[in-house]
Design a protein around this ligand. Structure first.
Ligand code: BJW
Ligand code: ZN
Length: 230
């Protein structure tokens, strides 16, 4: 079983999704604050976007959807969790070996010497953060538009998608590639596809079953229907 998640699974925790309403952040299109070009043009603006999200994430908690996915991983040893989310909420709910296709907002990387460090504090003392080793500009350790995904993670997720009997896709609009391509890969490789989303995603036509509702309610309901003893 593969579980593939997007921003919608964190919505009920109080984390805004990307393409809700106008898809803007303080009037800026997401592309302006989630591209290498946007960062090169105005690193402080981009860092303010990430700092706001990091601060919010320190205030919120995983929701019942995250907890059910973590519990299923204990029951099904072969369950692979692939996420587009950078928020770390799956890990906070207890999920292990989470394949983070788009990196992590808690990871910081030097754009010059590529040194990586984990930083779970927000707000930072000074923006933009500067690398202690080489004096280069540090950036969020996430994957922006036009950037390559971590190849080991993507390859492992693709292998899991090909092997899966069941792929449950929750809380993603499925418009961003190559992540959305993993859903197509699973379906084309014969997996039954379960979509959990209040509305139809771009790949809803591939779904064997569509469960229309918020994942924080649908996943616990599904868990109850499966009838596992607690
Ligand atoms: C609920 C809910 C509730 C609400 N319960 N559900 C092939 C075709 C076309 C384009 C491309 C292609 N291959 C590559 C591209 C270009 C590009 C791309 O895909 N563009 C498309 C938008 C057209 N992809 C890339 O650039 C990727 N890199 C790449 O391909 O490299 C190779 C290459 C390079 C150059 C040229 C060509 C190839 C990189 C993509 C990186 C995406 N990065 C972001 C930001 C990450 C950092 C950060 O968080 O700041 O990742 S963008 C943003 O979108 C973020 C998300 O992970 C990602 C997906 O969004 P997600 O999770 O689906 O969120 P939403 O908001 O879209 O949807 C939320 C859903 O939840 C909705 O459906 C709601 O209904 C639902 N929902 N409440 C359940 N309670
Ligand atoms: Zn450096």
């Amino acid at each position: 079983m593969v579980v593939m998640t997007g921003a919608g699974v964190s919505a009920e925790s109080g984390v805004p999704t990307f393409r809700a309403s106008d898809g803007l952040w303080e009037g800026h299109p997401i592309e302006e604050v989630a591209t290498p070009e946007g960062f090169a043009a105005d690193p402080i603006k981009v860092w303010r976007f990430y700092e706001g999200r990091r601060e919010n994430l320190l205030r919120v908690a995983p929701n019942p959807g995250h907890h059910v996915i973590a519990a299923w991983q204990e029951r099904f040893s072969s369950l692979m969790l692939v996420t587009q989310n950078v928020d770390g909420l799956h890990q906070r709910a207890g999920s292990r070996d989470v394949m983070e296709l788009h990196g992590s907002i808690w990871q910081i990387r030097c754009s010059q010497c590529h040194r990586e460090r984990v930083d779970r504090t927000a707000p930072m003392a000074k923006l933009p953060p500067i690398c202690e080793v080489c004096g280069g500009l540090e950036r969020p350790g996430v994957v922006w538009f036009g950037e390559i995904l971590p190849q080991d993670t993507l390859n492992a997720a693709a292998r899991a998608a090909v092997k899966a009997d069941v792929t449950l896709v929750a809380g993603t609009s499925a418009v961003v590639y190559p992540a959305a391509g993993l859903v197509e890969l699973a379906a084309n490789s014969g997996a039954a596809l379960i979509e959990v989303n209040p509305v139809a995603s771009a790949l809803a036509s591939l779904a064997t079953v569509a469960l229309r509702g918020p994942s924080g309610e649908v996943l616990p309901a599904l868990d109850r229907l499966l009838g596992f003893p607690s």
